[in-house]
Unconditional design. Structure first.
Length: 122
């Protein structure tokens, strides 16, 4: 397994299962990037499936919603199914980013502009 850190946008509302220490949550996170193809820059999106476990999952599920920006760190794996590749992260940490700041750096509250509405890939 490789460690990875990504910053992206939630593509769906969190899906919480279980309770307390046995809780787990699945997120879909979109990371936008640009790539040069045939001399032209094209905007692209890479999707990651993120799994969060324990009490942290329950806490985050109450705070997060589709369109929120997050910073995720964890173990990266790539699985192949029916000729398709799926990027997955088992999260060690998920930090909401409000107004361009993580929750630990003093970012408080939520702004509709924080999600970068025009940059959403969906």
């Amino acid at each position: 397994m490789q460690n990875i850190v990504i910053m992206g946008t939630l593509g769906t509302d969190p899906q919480l299962n279980g309770e307390g220490d046995r809780a787990w949550m699945n997120l879909r996170v979109a990371v936008n990037y640009s790539e040069k193809v045939a001399g032209n820059w094209e905007k692209k999106t890479q999707w990651y499936g993120v799994s969060v476990f324990g009490r942290r999952a329950a806490t985050l599920a109450e705070k997060l919603k589709k369109g929120d920006r997050v910073c995720v760190s964890g173990e990266f794996s790539l699985t192949e199914k029916e000729s398709r590749s799926f990027a997955n992260i088992r999260a060690h940490e998920v930090e909401p980013i409000w107004n361009g700041k993580s929750s630990e750096s003093g970012g408080r509250g939520r702004s509709d502009q924080a999600s970068g509405g025009d940059d959403l890939p969906f």
